[in-house]
Design a protein around this ligand. Structure first.
Ligand code: GMT
Length: 375
């Protein structure tokens, strides 16, 4: 099939999933056209059967906010027409599902019926979409999509609850991971030495938005470090990075906390970690937690949102109450202090990731959805 994909190209889960999906679809023989304002951060420089169409945003002195959603709709229409797309798959409802609906109407005028699939990822439903400015158009655009998926049962339930969408209209297709890429054994331990110098390596990866509670990560690390020789590696960047850096200084641990900034190839880093921390208080899935588990890294997170669908508390990691720094640190110390327990949890994490979340298990779900939508 010829599939158009729209997503945010920036450092975050929904763009990562959309890009990995496009790469996997192309590897299975489909032709993939990315339509967005910049080259997606996880998209390699060149891949056969993958094409990138940049959205040019026209500006005019009258515009305080150039209408990206309209420019996107025009580019979607243009690419669908020129490339004869069979389907358009948009990731993150705002504004992508609305732009797709506009493009669909324009194409319909020319007799081209373009099925639109919308995948809901998280904050489009749990935060942004519930803002009064966006709620009605988010509900409208979801309900106008030919097919709708959510990355977790939690997010499906939240979509039905917050938007009154028909329960039957939302299909759960989880995020996925390539166990060949996110494989601890594929990378030698060289990075471990460089990062931890023989100490345990705790890691966090995110766009460091307030929902991630990155200062909790630093506080948990500071408590762990008092008992276990360890370092904390913070990957990514965002509005709360400076707060996390300040927290590290306040707790006098800045010498053992390394902020690496945005890094695309995170698999070798994850393969060098002993514990992955994800302290979001509204995580719809937790792609980074899945990728960590695939690399044999137990996950320490909060028992909220869709994370319990990814991490099996007590088996592949530990899920605690939001803000329970002491409890979280205690679980981390107990795990890192007992190699046999860590080994068992690490092996269970790999099995869980490679089981129901492997690319080869999830891709056919999207392909079946596409085939049904085209029908
Ligand atoms: O986690 C982020 O802040 C990025 C966010 C996004 O909107 O790109 O990620 C969301 O989508 C990911 C991929 O489906 C999910 O794994 C994340 O759980 C979800 N983030 C939240 O719900 C906070």
């Amino acid at each position: 099939m010829k599939i158009g994909i729209t997503c945010y190209p920036t450092y975050g889960g929904s763009g990562a999933v959309a890009t990995e999906l496009g790469i996997a679809l192309a590897a299975r023989g489909h032709e993939v056209h990315f339509i967005t304002y910049a080259h997606p951060f996880r998209l390699p420089v060149f891949s056969p059967r993958i094409f990138f169409h940049e959205v040019a945003i026209g500006s005019y002195p009258l515009f305080q906010y150039p209408p990206y959603d309209l420019a996107l709709a025009v580019r979607m229409h243009e690419v669908a027409t020129q490339q004869k797309l069979d389907l358009l798959h948009v990731h993150y409802a705002i504004p992508h599902a609305t732009s797709a609906w506009l493009a669909k109407q324009m194409l319909r005028e020319a007799g081209h019926d373009l099925p639109v699939v919308t995948t809901l990822h998280g904050t489009d439903i749990t935060i942004v979409g519930q803002d009064h400015s966006y709620h009605a158009i988010t509900k409208f655009s979801i309900e106008k999509s030919d097919r709708v998926t959510a990355v977790s049962q939690y997010l499906k339930d939240e979509t039905v609850r917050a938007f009154g969408c028909d329960n039957r209209r939302v299909e759960v297709i989880p995020n996925f991971v390539n166990p060949v890429v996110f494989d601890r054994g594929a990378y030698d331990g060289a990075l471990r030495g460089q990062l931890g110098g023989g100490r345990k390596v705790l890691m966090h990866i995110s766009n460091m938005r307030p929902v991630k509670r990155v200062t909790d990560v630093v506080q948990i690390f500071a408590a762990v470090r008092r008992e276990i020789p360890s370092v904390l590696v913070m990957v990514g960047d965002g509005p709360d990075r400076s707060a996390a850096e300040e927290e590290a200084r306040r707790l006098d641990v800045e010498g053992d906390v390394r902020f690496l900034g945005k890094i695309d190839g995170i698999a070798p880093l994850l393969a060098s970690a002993d514990l992955y921390l994800l302290t979001t208080d509204q995580e719809s899935f937790g792609l980074s937690a899945l990728e960590a588990q695939s690399c044999g890294v137990p996950v320490l997170g909060y028992n909220v949102g869709g994370l319990p669908e990814v991490v099996e508390s007590g088996v592949t990691g530990h899920l605690g109450a939001v803000g329970d720094i002491v409890g979280m640190a205690g679980a981390a110390i107990d795990l890192l202090g007992h190699q046999d327990r860590w080994q068992a949890m690490s092996a269970a994490a790999v099995r869980r990731a490679a089981g129901c979340f492997a690319t080869d298990r999830v891709l056919p779900l999207y392909e079946a959805l596409y085939a049904d939508a085209v029908q």
